[in-house]
Ligand binder design. Structure first.
Ligand SMILES: Nc1ncnc2c1ncn2[C@@H]1O[C@H](COP(=O)(O)OP(=O)(O)OP(=O)(O)O)[C@@H](O)[C@H]1O
Length: 395
């Protein structure tokens, strides 16, 4: 959708801001450009909407060489969001949002209806905020209006230059989450500039890590964190990249242990007898539809108890859906002080899939790094077990 071919930008004073840059952003993909101050990110972005002209090389938008497109026409195809949102102070939020439809000559009613729809989409109720002026909004709300305005004419491409840079970390994380949800709906092709590796990793389908004027690595967040291409990238992503990687590596079914399972209506003595025979210390309790209910201890804890499993099962608070990041799994384990957590499939009404243990979590991380190195699915990678945490008596 956006293709850079050997693009170089030298400013009049001789500064080479971008040096022989080539990469491609696929349709519907969100690529984050990340790197230290002055490495050429903004210059890269502004060449796409021709606010800056390259010295050499060519940029294509959907196959068209942009140097042949009238800049005004070009910018209609491209939404632009910047840190200082640049809202017009004397226009209401609704009017600000309808700016581009207005410029495009849409009928006033249609433009305002579209603006209201977009405000809603970015989480601002148009009946509450539509008639306010920018100064009556918080910083985070102004950023949302900036995003709504950029989307108003439904451009296929969005350029975002540090759009969440000016708000505090809590609001920032909320805006990032909202933006990810929004992007899942609208699937724009996005170039997103940030100097914050955490933000780049969270938002990007792929990340371009900038050195001085050139891209050192262009890869998925997991690969950049797991297998930095150069010492520079390793340095930039930081010594805690293993931790960061936890946030971009999902729990997969192949990571899970399958512990013994009993059902709510099983007679207790039969269930515990079986567990004892198997040497298990506990079992997961499921309802009749295979959904997680909780767990029961085996061994002596319930010896002599009567009835069915239902009366003795304990509820299980430590669970999460498959696909959740390993970081969330780790946090859940810590929060519940749990040696294992249950993993369910939200797509099939909470069906129980298996359990994740700390050793399995560690293995998942190692397998995902190895899978990225070898470009194969994680399920195909075997690693030597880190530790054996068996669900058996006496361990
Ligand atoms: N108009 C200009 N004339 C001369 N040099 C410029 C001009 N604009 C930018 N530069 C230089 O080009 C280099 C890249 O600047 P650019 O703004 O693209 O960096 P950046 O990565 O976006 O930085 P930041 O994160 O600080 O915004 C810098 O060294 C900058 O000083």
């Amino acid at each position: 959708m956006i293709r850079f071919e050997h693009v170089t930008k030298r400013y009049a004073d001789g500064t080479t801001a971008v040096d022989d840059l080539s990469f491609e952003v696929a349709e519907g993909e969100l690529v984050t450009l990340v790197g230290p101050s002055g490495c050429g990110k903004t210059t890269t972005m502004k060449m796409v909407n021709r606010l800056i002209e390259p010295t050499e090389g060519r940029i294509f938008l959907d196959g068209d060489d942009i140097s042949a497109i009238d800049p005004v026409q070009l910018r209609r195809r491209i939404g632009y969001v910047i840190q200082q949102v640049g809202l017009f102070p004397h226009r209401t939020v609704l009017e600000n949002t309808a700016t581009v439809p207005h410029l495009l000559g849409w009928k006033r009613g249609k433009g305002r209806a579209r603006a209201a729809e977009l405000l809603d989409l970015v989480g601002l109720d148009p009946s509450v905020y539509g008639d306010r002026y920018p100064e009556q909004l918080s910083g985070g709300q102004r950023q949302r209006v900036g995003v709504a305005r950029a989307l108003a004419a439904d451009p296929p491409v969005l350029l975002m230059d540090e759009p969440f840079g000016a708000v505090d970390p809590v609001v920032r994380e909320r805006l990032q989450n909202e933006f990810l949800r929004l992007q899942a709906q609208v699937r724009k092709t996005v170039l997103f500039v940030t100097h914050d590796i955490e933000e780049a990793v969270r938002l990007g389908d792929r990340i371009a890590v900038y050195g001085q004027g050139s891209v050192e690595q262009f890869d998925s967040p997991a690969t950049v964190l797991g297998a930095p291409a150069t010492d520079y990238v390793a340095d930039f992503v930081g010594a805690d990249r293993g931790l960061k990687r936890l946030s971009v590596t999902p729990v997969e079914e192949s990571d899970l242990d399958r512990p013994p399972v009993v059902h709510l209506d099983d007679p207790l003595d039969r269930a515990t007898g079986r567990l004892r025979a198997e040497g298990a210390r506990w079992a997961v309790v499921l309802d009749g539809d295979g959904r997680l209910h909780g767990w029961i201890p085996a061994g002596d804890a319930l010896s002599g108890a009567k009835g069915t499993v239902r009366e003795h099962a304990r509820r299980m608070e430590a669970w999460l859906p498959v696909g959740a990041p390993l970081k969330q799994a780790f946090a859940t384990m810590l929060q519940h002080d749990a040696g294992w957590i249950a993993v369910i499939d939200e797509q099939s009404e909470g069906r129980f899939l298996g359990v994740l243990t700390p050793a399995r979590l560690h293995e998942a991380l190692r397998r995902s790094i190895s899978a990225d190195d070898r470009a194969v699915p994680r399920a195909e990678v075997a690693v030597e077990s880190v530790a054996v945490v068996a669900n058996t008596a006496g361990d």
